[in-house]
Design a protein around this ligand. Structure first.
Ligand code: FES
Ligand code: FES
Length: 171
């Protein structure tokens, strides 16, 4: 028997993972990071910058728990590479409150009891903030349609909708 016969594929040295240098501007602060090129924006935020507001639900773009804003537009950060965010403005739920006062959307969620376990809530709130900025919260139908990328396993949808409707109406 030769060495070639006994070699196992897992005995080979793993291929070298490319590293990238990336500057992320997050909530007004710049961070220079050296990352595995495959690291997602979500993992960069959570594991490298200790910003754990954005949650990992499905990790495949289906639940919206990881929603953050990039250049003011909502994205599912589990489907975006950190390297794609070089010199772009990233906004996470941690930036919403000011001087300890909750953002109006956060306050409305609390008033309307728009969560149960809370796991989806940061993503729901970031999506709602963006939806309101886009001027697309004119009706319950619109709110449901434009929030449809954010799944709530606890089924808090009626209260989420009521909270967004209240803020849209100036409440
Ligand atoms: Fe990103 Fe579910 S964790 S969409
Ligand atoms: Fe539990 Fe939405 S509050 S998943």
């Amino acid at each position: 028997m030769t060495t070639a016969d006994t070699a196992h594929p897992y005995d080979e040295a793993p291929p070298e993972v490319p590293q990238v240098e990336v500057t992320l501007h997050v909530n007004g602060t710049s961070h220079r990071l050296r990352l595995d090129a495959r690291v997602t924006l979500l993992d960069a935020l959570r594991d490298h910058l200790a910003l754990t507001g954005a949650k990992k639900g499905c990790d495949q773009g289906a639940c919206g728990a990881c929603t953050v804003l990039v250049d003011g537009k909502r994205v599912v950060s589990c489907l975006m590479l950190a390297a794609q965010c070089e010199d772009r403005e990233v906004t996470t739920v941690e930036s919403l409150s000011e001087a300890g006062a909750p953002h109006p959307v956060q306050a409305a969620f609390a008033r309307h009891d728009a969560f149960q376990c809370g796991y989806c809530t940061p993503g729901q709130i970031m999506s709602a903030v963006s939806l309101l900025a886009e001027g697309r919260a004119d009706s319950d139908e619109d709110i449901r349609e434009f929030m449809s990328g954010n799944i709530c396993r606890c089924g808090a949808y009626p209260n989420i909708c009521a909270a967004i409707r209240e803020v849209a109406a100036g409440g």
